[in-house]
Design a protein around this ligand. Sequence first.
Ligand SMILES: [Zn+2]
Length: 465
Amino acid sequence: MRLTRLALALLLTGCPASYRYPELIRREASSPTVTVFRDVRVFSAVDTSAVDHQDVRVENGKIVSIAPTGTDLTGARVIEGAGKTLVPGYVDFHVHLTGSPAPPWKVAWPDEPHNLRALLASGVTSAMDVGGELERLKALWKSQAEPSYLGPRFWYSGQIVSLRDGYPTSMVNILFPWPANTVADKRFSGPVSEPLEAVAAVDWRLHNGAHHIKLAIASVPLNAQTMPPELVKATATRAHERGVKAVAHTDTAVHALRAVRAGVDALMHGIHLGALTAAEALELKQAGVVVAPTLVVFDRAEQLYERRFAPTDAEKWLYPADFLEPFSPAGSAGKTLDPQLLEWLAKLKADRADRIAAVKTLYDAGVPLLVGSDASGSIGCLAGGAYLDELRLLSEAGVPNADVLRGATVLPARFIAGPNADFGTIEPGKRADLVLVDGDPLADITATSRIAHVMQGGRLVERVP
Ligand SMILES: [Zn+2]
């Protein structure tokens, strides 16, 4: 039955494209016991400051010391760091490892190994998956123990707990014709209509190893029904009873408040439709929620909508040219989208200034802002590239660079793994998940893209020439 449905989907939509993705990176065959990053500027993410001229010593996969330059280098591999800054490995707080960022007019098979490599090649050493097929994610998660695994360490939720026929089903239905829509929907949505079903949905995910629960309260298209408060409450409460956090896809201030009043722990996509008042931001702060604005999602959608999508230099390295072609003005010319989707896109564009202002309002209210890219979950959110672009967008929205970097490292690490997370900071005893960048990201956020070295668990990730 499943195969028949798939065959029908292919018949209607054309065969999803496969691509020859670049290898990008490999892990060094064997790593020396001791590595010293010599004479680096260190941004530890413990606070907002950086310290110049430090030697950071890594031993057996862990950071063992941070001391003024001039330490004993006997027997150590030395990585010269003058003019460079060492930061904790990036954490992408919003990825879809089993998805694809391809546009609906050129559907591509998801390529999980490439998604993983593109993230790690971009310095993302840890990631939180917030929506995908539970069985696939469970298998992928187990594969992390294999020596051949090459990607960020990750945590997953499985399918998004969603209102039956609400988002994301409502969006999938206007993006893809039947029966391709049902195939795509099964991968990402877990529809419920009453509280008992929500409880069962949470239990089923946790039974299959999920680390957190994702739910959606969003109107795409604009007139879509949204998850009512009692269902949000049932989902978040059950997640908490079972000892995990609940994260929600929200769009408006009304939906953000609905989520936090039900106890949701993190809001994905900030306030991207309509405005946010200081009083509303204060309520979000008092609720203790964290927010991932994912500004890149909306910029990319707008660029495609206006046929002016231009991949970054990083993305031209991360993805093959034929994969990027359908995004280009020529490759997207004449491709039409459903009128309901166009209406949503027009609203997104009209609300851009409000969306940027909301980021600053949240920051000023003291709400922790976390960096998530929606890698392979939203059209044009190219794995790794979109993350680096999100860092720039948050900085441009008025978040000080030190706080952008904390939102990219220590804050998501603590959300995922608790106050004693073994990653997200540069401190003795922590995992050696590190990114060495050219220049000073506190002065110029684009330095975060100029990656000289990525280290994960003490082993260097080497670029394939
Ligand atoms: Zn997403």
